[in-house]
Design a protein around this ligand. Sequence first.
Ligand SMILES: [Zn+2]
Length: 262
Amino acid sequence: MNIPILMYHSVSDSDDYRELPSACRPIGYRTGVEVFEDHLSILKRDGWTTISLEELISRQEIPEKSVVITFDDGYADNHHTVLPRLQGYGFSAIFFISVSYLGKPGMMGVEEVNELLRSGMEIGSHGMGHELLSGRDESELDQELKESKRRLSEQFSIATDFFSLPRGYLPPPLPRLARNAGYRGLCTSSPGFNTERTDPFALRRFPVRSNWGREELEAILAGKGKLYKRLLLFENIRAFLRRRYRYKHLFPNYNKIKPPRH
Ligand SMILES: [Zn+2]
């Protein structure tokens, strides 16, 4: 078992991010519509099957070429651009929602998320206000995990089993707290394939970046070659910096951006 999880954000040809809430602008993570279609056609052409995170962690019999597709943040284009294309290929995905941004400009609202669910897609938690989780004490982390799970579960009558890290930084107590809060797994932004030995609370994902085309996806899926190694090195450096500097030195004002109040 060697399963890649792809981490997309926004799929759009616009380079205007101003409409979106300032704390979740997908700069560097927006995939063009044609590139996204290319990606889906490559997955189909090469015989990949989309599976759920639950199927991945349950270690049940799954097709050899299995992939998990994820979307972070909850952009409106996930509904109007991504959903019909996934359906066209018979693929499924999980969409991680930042609860405080539901229904905000440029983001999905309750109705859009309900349609994803009706279409067989899954929903996970991306926390409340898309704030950096570093430097926050255990009770705050606990609150972030539990409150976002409760809100999504009540609003959409779902279990909300999976959490994805806002900004990718993994505070050491988070896996334990997430498990205690009733989650079944945690998606990080550390690159790599997932195997039988991968901890469900440290699932690896390949971030799909704005500059990716066909070749980058093909290299990742192949899991070898020069381009794969370069992409992996780049992501590993980013992951190292996240661990080392916890982004605080890079973005000292990050947590001063306040999410909207409800
Ligand atoms: Zn995010």
